[in-house]
Write a protein of this length. Structure first.
Length: 172
């Protein structure tokens, strides 16, 4: 993995851990304040929801980069080299199309909701939808990088990423 890829992974991991810690602390503190002191943090629910949405989308970026998403590759593993390569490309092109759909929908929702403020915190509702923009862009770049590497490996006679999965027992 390149230095840049490693740095991006570490940043995503740190953001996810920090988000989980902040969200957990806020919700726990809010529960204690409500039951023990009949009080609470007014913006806790809104901020926790916002953090949760961003955590999910950041996690999908990291999972795609690490090849951790679920896949059923029983048939593809049995294919010869060229059809395996073509299936890999077809699946990645479909995922790129899904990234485009996510980008387009998130863009529309972000634009519509950017001027709407959350009722308690006052944060723009568009910030929540912007998580889809970040995820779609990052996953698109990751998929294009995967396609580039797979083409270079295939052209160099090194096989496809699916071949590496056969040897290692896991997805690339």
């Amino acid at each position: 993995m390149s230095r840049l890829g490693f740095a991006v992974s570490r940043i995503l991991e740190v953001l996810i851990v920090a988000g989980m810690a902040a969200m957990s602390a806020m919700v726990f503190l809010n529960v204690v304040l409500r039951y023990a002191f009949s009080s609470g943090i007014p913006f806790s629910v809104e901020i926790s929801r916002l953090i949760f949405v961003w955590l999910i989308f950041l996690g999908t970026i990291l999972a795609l980069k690490d090849g951790a998403h679920l896949c059923v590759d029983t048939l593809v593993r049995r294919l010869p080299r060229v059809p395996k390569f073509l299936c890999y490309w077809a699946s990645h092109l479909l995922m790129l199309w899904c990234c485009w759909l996510l980008w387009e929908g998130s863009w529309i929702q972000t634009a519509i909701n950017w001027s709407n403020a959350a009722p308690i915190s006052g944060i723009s509702v568009g910030v929540m939808y912007a998580a889809g923009l970040v995820a779609a862009a990052a996953m698109g770049v990751t998929l294009i990088g995967n396609l580039w590497r797979s083409f270079a490996d295939f052209a160099g006679g090194r096989g496809s990423p699916a071949d590496a999965a056969d040897e290692e027992g896991e997805r690339p």
